[in-house]
Structures are given as structure tokens and as C-alpha cells.
Design a protein around this ligand. Sequence first.
Ligand SMILES: C[S@@+](CC[C@H](N)C(=O)[O-])C[C@H]1O[C@@H](n2cnc3c(N)ncnc32)[C@H](O)[C@@H]1O
Length: 474
Amino acid sequence: MDKAAEIFQSEREKLFDRLADRLETAYNLNRKVVSFQANKEEPVYRWFKYKEGFSSTLVKYFLSEYAPKAGKVLDPFAGAGTTLFAGQELGWESYGIELLPVGAFVMQTRQALNEIDVEQLRNISKKVWAEIAKLKDYQKHINHISITKDAFSDETEEYLNKYLTYTSKIKDKHIQTILKFAAFTVLEEISYTRKDGQYLRWDYRSKRDLSGKPFDKGKILTFEEAVKSKLNQIIQDLSPNQTTSLFEQFDNTQVDKQPVKIIEGSCLEQLPKLKSNYFDFIITSPPYCNRYDYTRTYALELVYLGYDTDQVRNLRQTMLSCTVENKEKVEYLEQFYASVNQSKAFESVIEAYNNSEAMTEVNSILDELNKLGKLNNNNIARMVKNYFLELCFVIYEMARVTKSGGYCVMVNDNVRYGGEEIPVDLILSEFAENFGFNINKIFVLPKGKGNSSQQMGNYGRTEVRKCVYLWQKR
Ligand SMILES: C[S@@+](CC[C@H](N)C(=O)[O-])C[C@H]1O[C@@H](n2cnc3c(N)ncnc32)[C@H](O)[C@@H]1O
């Protein structure tokens, strides 16, 4: 390209040209493998779908293809623990950080499954209903937040509280976890709500004052029906005489399985506490920069796990910024890095962020579009800025904790706001390069995501890339 043409290239185009040889369409990584859908046949996913997850096939593929032998694997956005448990099955020592108690609870349940006595579970689950019927007093475990109020009928609500009162007294912690999990998985089914995008949609039978076209979610199961059927499914899937492949999951004879290590909290705080050069592999997928609010989608589950209004609000703010409600965390991060004597690290991250020309371009274009009223929400520019800034910290730490020669695999989607494509894959890869990773590949899924119909109308249909990045520590 001649000099004059180069001057008119945007910073994003320049970055694209520089990294173009790393982009590769990956025909073996279809959408199914990257999304949770390929997990359908696995226990736990059959019982509770964590739709934000990726597949264990993906994890096993990268671990077997790129590592000569099992070592230590980390996922700083562990979700329901796909990386951890797939790694465990292959004999890896697995570590995960997760902030959302929903993911942490699913991981604890998976851990408990490795040690469960199925016969005991079968016996206790037969007794549950008679024992609950005998309960005179029960505690009020469920304290609703505004977005879950009246989600259950009075009868279901009472049953839920009684069930939690009863199960919390069960001595065997593994059995207690599985019983608690069984009701956790049916909360949507027994409620007047349906998870719909990032909000809960309300059925016309709820006590709420609802406007708009009435929504009928169909049959709403009673608490007892739903939990009994879930427990039966769980027990059947776990039973040793199961002849299907489901049981192979729990067959411990093949490799030496090590317990997974689950760290509850924000990876922005937890990663800096981990040892340098410790991990052989990281396989992760952060929240996407798409306004998706986990605390709304999983509001019923959070309330069930005992979270109140303040705790949910706090959680929302602590999550990686990916909604328009998230406020800036940079001051907090500065103080945090100072408190662990790592102010230099803080400065390096800020410098890398500020030095990214493509990032600066994205931020200034979004600010401009915001001023012109061309973004759907005033806080989109802030969200994007902070999304990348926070991930810059995460990537710095991931590079620090990965051994030389080790790999980091990250799954993420590009996004578009106000018609401007934000090349998440390229910008994050450039950060990674700054912190000591080589960008080996950016695998692009064969078919990207379409645009929302609103954006299609305005800017014509183009696709944004969905990618899996492969970085290797120098
Ligand atoms: C795309 S999901 C990961 C799903 C995971 N790969 C799986 O298969 O289950 C992103 C996860 O990051 C978590 N998360 C968001 N902010 C976080 C933070 N600051 N620290 C740790 N986890 C966070 C979310 O709760 C969510 O579970």
C-alpha cells in the first residue's frame, strides 16, 4: 500500500492488516463446539443449562492438541466450570475463578458429584416429601429483590422455603448440595417467568401489573412435580448400572482425577494474588461486550442462593463491565494494586491501554457518536471503554501467571455499536502481545453472528467475527 493510502487507513484497519495472517477460518470449531450446545449429552448440563458456557469438546481439543502432557490449567471466568472439569477428566490440575454465585454453585455441585453415594441420595430423596409435610416451622430463606418479586405462587414460595429449611439440616454436605441443586435447576419452570434474552419475561398469571400483550408460558409445574422429576433424572444418570455414555463421566478409573480448585470472587482481584509462571494453560471466555446482564438473567437463582438486593447490586457492579449500568473501576483498581504493592503493574496496564491506537480510535468514535445521539444508550461508550480497560488488566495478569511456552485460549465475539465494528479480537490480542504473549492464531468461526434487525436496517447486513484466540507465552 502506498503512503498516501496508509494515511487514510483507520487504526483498526491498520491493526487488521498487521494481524491478518493470524486470522484463520476454523472449520473444525463450529458454533456448536464453541457454545454450550455440544454439552447436551453430559450430566450436569442435562440438568442445568448454563447457556453462557462453551463446550468441553473445545477444552479437550486444545488441551490435547497443544499440550504434551497434563499440567495446571486455569479459567479466570470459570462459569459453570467447563474448563475445570474437562481438564480434570484429562488429568489436569484445574483452577477457576468465578464471581457469579450461580456458576460457583454449579461447580460445587459437580465437585460433590464426584464423591456422592448414589444409594444414599436415592434413599434421602424418597423421604424428602414426607419430611417436608411434617415441618411445622420453617425459615424464610427467599428474600426477593424487586425484579423477582411475585415470581412464584404463594404455595410454591412456601414449599421452596420449607425445602431449603429441610435440606439445610442434612448432615452429608454432598447430598445437601445435590438436593439444593435439584430445586435450583427448576426455578424457572416453577415460576411465572421465562429467561428471555437478558430479562425475565412475565406470565400473565403472576400477581404483577403487566402491560403489553399477555404472555403465556404454558404449563407451570408444581414444586414437588418439578423437583421429583429432576431428582429422578439425576439419580438415574448417576446410577452405576447406567449403560449409556453418561456414566463414563463418573468413571474414575482412567486418570488420576485431582479435585478442582474453585476461587470465588472477581478475577480482577484474585488473579493478582496468583503465582507468576504457574500455569501451563488458560482456557477462558470472558463476558462479551454486549450489554448482557448475568445478574438479571440469573436473578431467581441468586435469590434462591440467598442474595438480597444490596448483594445483587454489588455483584452487578463487580462483574467485568459489560452492561450500561457498570461504573468505572479504575480508581478502585489503582488502590487495589497499591494495596498489594503492585502500583508499577497498574501503570504498565494503563500505559498499554493508552498506547493502543485502535482502542483510542474506538473510544473517540464512540464518544463522538454519543454526542450526536447515535448510540442507543448514553453509557455504551463508557461500557466499551471500561470493558477493554478491565480486560487489559486480566490479560496482563494472565500473561504473568502463564509459564513460558504455555498457552492462553480465549473465546469472544466482536461487537458493533452505532454501525462501528469493534474488533475485540484484534484489540485484545494486541494487549496480549504487549504483555508477553505471541498471537499464534485468531481462529474465526465459519459463520459469524448477524446484526440485530435494527442495525441491519441502518447499515446493511455484515457479520462480526466470533473467534477463538490462541496466544502463547514467550
Ligand atoms: C462467558 S461466561 C464463561 C462460561 C464458561 N466458559 C463455561 O463454560 O461455563 C463468563 C463468566 O464470567 C463471569 N464473570 C464476570 N465478571 C467476572 C469477574 N470480574 N471475575 C470472575 N468472573 C466473572 C460471569 O459470571 C460468567 O460466568
